[in-house]
Design a protein around this ligand. Structure first.
Ligand SMILES: [Zn+2]
Length: 199
């Protein structure tokens, strides 16, 4: 596709850098945006701008938030004796959608993956250890994904947290190995939470 006006080819370039969007899809999206009403197209641009300027990580749990503390950490009704450790904010959303958990969370922002160059110091582990040290938690639930790296991460964390008087559990293996929290349905996640086991 040569010969587009500069602005169009710039948009196609940008879109094709998004994950899962090839050149053809990028062109389709670009032409779609030229065809829809102007306010509709600009609303997308606004949404992108807002998500980057207004959204940050919660100061306590690293969930996505528009305030210093996310809605969960700020909610006085949450059970502050339980802490559930997840890899990504989207895993937290899956657990929340199950409605089966009322405690707090800690988002690692990744998992330990030596082969991809992800080491423990790149995750929010120091802050997790601090929270467990200073908080009143009786149970830490490892809800990393049931993959080799997810399991390795939860093992590493349970060693780091071993010195504290907390029970460390992990989700039951209802979620089949290799599948990830993000794609599991609510019933499976609720079962995995109810059937959690001591690590
Ligand atoms: Zn939070």
């Amino acid at each position: 596709m040569s010969g587009h006006a500069g602005a169009v080819s710039q948009l196609v370039d940008r879109l094709s850098q998004l994950p899962g969007i090839g050149r053809k899809s990028a062109e389709r999206l670009a032409f779609h945006l030229l065809r829809v009403r102007e306010d509709e197209a600009l609303a997308l641009a606004d949404a992108i701008r807002r998500v980057r300027t207004d959204v940050r990580y919660c100061a306590d749990c690293y969930n996505l938030s528009e305030k210093e503390l996310c809605q969960i950490c700020a909610d006085p009704k949450r059970d502050r004796t339980r802490l559930c450790v997840v890899e990504q904010p989207r895993d937290l959303l899956s657990l929340e959608a199950s409605g089966a958990y009322k405690g707090l969370y800690h988002v690692l922002l990744g998992r330990i993956a030596p082969l991809d160059g992800v080491t423990p110091d790149q995750l929010t582990i120091d802050s997790l250890v601090d929270r467990v040290r200073t908080g009143n938690f009786s149970e830490i639930i490892m809800a990393t994904n049931p993959t080799v790296e997810g399991d390795g991460t939860s093992l590493y964390l349970s060693n780091q947290l071993g010195e504290f008087p907390v029970e460390i559990t992990r989700l039951a293996r209802g979620i089949t190995a290799g599948s990830v929290l993000e794609y599991a349905n609510r019933e499976i996640i609720a079962d995995a939470l109810t059937g959690r086991q001591k690590l």
